[in-house]
Design a protein around this ligand. Structure first.
Ligand code: F6R
Length: 609
């Protein structure tokens, strides 16, 4: 989604904001733009395409300024062109604005503005916001008051940052649903951005701007008010990760770095949550609430949805707790049957996914208990749910999610054990599960040693026109996630389904040289896969099987076999198989020369519907 950054202070603001927006590249974008004052005018430079295009034109001018705003746009209203790029400018008012989100009533507002003589350059809803602020500003009020007044006229989800030529050393920002974080510098500098990552080299002190708050950021301080102009206090906090953790750390791509971080991510995720034989999750519901809960609805999108499917497998197998998994985008417009004894679990890396947030609001209207499994502290979902469990995976920069998925699945297992403890289920061998969890980081580490083999396999199959991902039970869930990874970063079409479904249709797609990847970690039904494998081979397909390193039953059957460390639990046995499959996707994408960290058409944080 769009990235926003603004800076006022002693340094060259142009350099600072360009560096900040670079750190937000992971959010996905298709154009960028910058505004800064020069000789009593706002200089605005905008370019479709990569940030390097903008940098080239900025470098030509070699500007210096103590106030600047910058934006990376992910097109929603209007194509990714120079004109549609932000900042948007109101000539009459001499202000520039950058925006993240959607203004729903922009058409009617635009018609009204046009009637009053406003001229528009772009097709965007954001330019309308600039003119609405401009219209108020021309009444002669301070910029922050113009912003407060404008917000009252706008409908939708948005955050924006505004500067005026006539109020130097001041950046005004407002938040309504789209994320915005204030960064407090030390020596006469302050800043704002869509998230903390952008500001880590400049400060460690932050505050999340809440909905309907307006902040005036100047070199000397940050003043925050509500929409009525009344001062409000912001709670500041220190970021618990440093700039290094948001950089590539020697790897070619963030994705590979994040894959390699997974043993530590699991350790971090388990930290403080395991005692010798039990799980301790602080701050959740009281005991009688757990007794009451008789159904779980897991609601999420994409990779987080796939983690949710693992949760369903686990909760139903281990706890006999009926669990449904919903796509947030379907749930929000469906007519979900929500009993008062159910629990709604929202899984989200970013905590800002618009569909998941809307689904959360729906559950709140139904007065359903809500629990978030979220990575980003201070994000909207984390703050809105009744209770939250953080995945503690650290910042995930690659658009394709890897470590967040594994952390989500681990938190679901912790939650399952927690529920078993609370419901006093003697049949659940929690001590064994706790031990299996404790050993899991080492298993993930061992799985990383498969990198060389996965690289070789990736080379062999990088030109595939279609790849199947198959498995049964938990392996079928992993197949969905592995397929998503491959298609999103290597742009190879995939077909994923439970292996038993093949002969009901998808088998028709198999021909000479098709690659079929089988997850075969489930000992209980491994035999059932053999006939599925044979069906594919009989039609000329090539089989890659992933199985435990204690199993040799597929050695003579599949053409390629990847041996995984055993994890003493079927859920974890399946989960560890995602590690080599992430590497398979990564190396196939690399062979094909794909961008990897920022796949085409995709954004890291989907903050619009
Ligand atoms: C795929 C991926 C996406 C996200 C989805 C939900 O690799 O990352 O499918 O999982 O957009 O995002 P969050 O978890 O931030 O709600």
């Amino acid at each position: 989604m769009c990235g926003i950054a603004g800076y006022v202070g002693q340094r060259n603001a142009v350099d600072v904001v360009l560096d900040m927006i670079k750190r937000l590249e992971y959010r996905g974008y298709d154009s960028t733009g910058i505004a800064f004052p020069v000789d009593g005018e706002l200089r605005i430079l905008k370019r479709a395409g990569k940030l390097s295009e903008l940098k080239a034109v900025v470098d030509d001018e070699n500007p210096s300024s103590h106030q600047a705003i910058v934006h990376s746009r992910w097109a929603t209203h209007g194509a990714p062109t120079d004109l549609n790029a932000h900042p948007h400018y109101d000539h009459g008012a001499r202000i520039a604005l950058i925006h993240n989100g959607i203004i729903e009533n922009y058409i009617e507002l635009k018609e009204e503005l046009v009637r009053h003589g406003h001229i528009f350059q772009s097709e965007t809803d954001s330019e309308v916001a600039a003119h609405i602020v401009g219209q108020e500003y021309q009444e002669g009020v301070p910029l922050e008051e113009a912003v407060r007044r404008a917000v009252k006229k706008l409908r939708g989800a948005f955050a924006f940052v505004v500067v005026s030529v006539d109020e130097p050393d001041k950046v005004v920002c407002v938040r309504n649903a789209s994320p915005l974080v204030i960064g407090f510098g030390k020596d006469g500098e302050n800043m704002v951005a869509s998230d903390i990552t952008a500001m880590l080299p400049y400060t460690k002190q932050f505050a999340i701007l809440e909905n309907d708050m307006v902040a005036v950021v100047t070199p000397d301080g940050v003043k925050v008010t509500n929409l009525n102009g009344r001062p409000v206090d912001l709670e500041t906090f220190e970021a618990n990760y440093d700039v290094k953790s948001a950089e590539k750390g020697g790897y070619d791509h963030f994705m590979l770095k994040e894959i390699h971080e997974q043993p530590d991510v699991v350790r971090q995720c388990l930290a403080g949550r395991l005692s010798e034989k039990t799980v301790t999750l602080d701050g959740l519901f009281s005991d009688h609430v757990w007794q009451e809960i008789d159904r779980v609805n897991i609601i999420a999108c994409g990779t987080a949805y796939h983690a949710g499917l693992m949760g369903k497998y686990l909760f139903e197998k281990m706890l006999q707790l009926p669990t449904d998994v919903h796509f947030s985008s379907e749930f929000r417009y469906g007519e979900p049957i929500l009993s008062p004894r159910s629990l709604a679990v929202f899984i989200s890396q970013s905590g800002e996914t618009a569909d998941s947030l809307a689904a959360l609001k729906l559950c709140q209207q139904h007065r359903i208990r809500t629990l978030g499994i979220v990575n980003v502290v201070g994000s909207s979902i984390a703050r809105e749910v009744d209770k939250v469990l953080f995945t503690q995976a650290g910042p995930e920069i690659s658009v394709a999610s890897t470590k967040a998925y594994v952390a989500q699945a681990i938190v679901l297992m912790l939650l399952g054990i927690h529920i078993a403890q609370k419901k006093e289920m003697p049949g659940v061998r929690t001590a064994d599960l706790v031990q299996a969890l404790r050993n899991f980081p080492d298993a993930v580490q061992e799985a990383l040693d498969l990198e060389g083999q996965m690289q070789e396999i990736a080379k062999k199959f990088a030109d595939s026109s279609l790849v199947f991902f198959l498995g049964r039970r938990a392996d079928a869930n992993i197949a969905l996630e592995a397929a998503l990874k491959l298609k999103e970063i290597a742009y190879i079409p995939t077909q994923e389904c439970p292996a038993g479904e093949m002969k009901h249709g998808p088998l028709a797609l198999i021909d000479q040289g098709t690659l079929a990847v089988f997850g075969a970690t489930d000992k209980e039904i491994r035999e059932k896969l053999v006939s599925n494998i044979k069906e594919i081979q009989a039609r000329g397909g090539h089989v890659l099987a992933l199985t435990g390193n204690d199993d040799d039953s597929l050695d003579k059957i599949a053409e390629d076999v990847v041996k995984l460390p055993p994890c003493d639990d079927p859920y974890l046995d399946a989960l560890v198989s995602i590690v080599p499959l992430q590497m398979l996707a990564y190396y196939m994408a690399k062979e094909r020369g794909c961008e990897i960290d920022q796949p085409r058409n995709l954004a890291k944080s989907v903050t619009v519907e």
